[in-house]
Design a protein around this ligand. Sequence first.
Ligand SMILES: NS(=O)(=O)c1ccc2oc(=S)[nH]c2c1
Ligand SMILES: [Zn+2]
Length: 258
Amino acid sequence: MAPWGYEKDNGPAHWHKDCPIANGKNQSPIDLINGEVKYDSGLKPLTAKYVPFSDAKFLNNGHSVQFQPSAGNGSELTGGPLAVKYNFEQFHFHWGNNDTEGSEHRVDGKMYPAELHFVHWNSTNPSFKDAVGSGGPNGLAVLGFFLKVGAENAALKPITDLIPKVKDAGTSVTVPSNFDMQAILPATLTDYYTYDGSLTTPPLAECVKWIVFKQPLEVSAAQMEAFRSVINRDGKPMGGNYRPPCPLHDRAVKTSFK
Ligand SMILES: NS(=O)(=O)c1ccc2oc(=S)[nH]c2c1
Ligand SMILES: [Zn+2]
């Protein structure tokens, strides 16, 4: 089978052939239906402590554009639904070819134009790869932020300004060491949905504690257009690199807000 992608011949409907877990009971993304979520007063705010990276790349891996440090540097996530410390691994994006589609998670059936994922791995594992394979929903913690079109996002500008340099699949560029990743996050990481799920791309491992924030981040129309200029490994616009929602089965979605 052609390597997986989001086209007719290699998209989400085909993934189960290489990854049978695609039809599992803990798959992501999902539609976050407000009438079916349950407030959990025990959910505390999250704390993300991100240290500037001296050696990080921004790359086009053929199915997303991704910020990837060369090694860990003590950037970590704690709190919220998490029992232990999680190490930062990478962040990447999913987006659409127009403003009516692009996010992976949905809220009452509504898609946002894009979704940003901050990926972290459970520090009780020796590595990210081990955390993915550790079994159970506590291997990774992924923060999901919806993006909507509005004001320019100054914190993401150093990243969106690099997009023209990674237009083609397999290209990468070094990110200036003064890039302030912490500035992307809202000041307080309070109102979120959380549930046990999976990677939204192959291998689709069911190893993720998902934490999706209610409040979207804003990016400008020009920043959205930058994403839409990215080309995938088939030479087509990468937009549409989102998996449709999966069945919830008997999972609960908890919220930190009423
Ligand atoms: N889109 S996502 O669920 O955040 C996600 C995060 C980390 C991943 O590592 C591999 S391999 N595939 C991945 C998908
Ligand atoms: Zn993702």
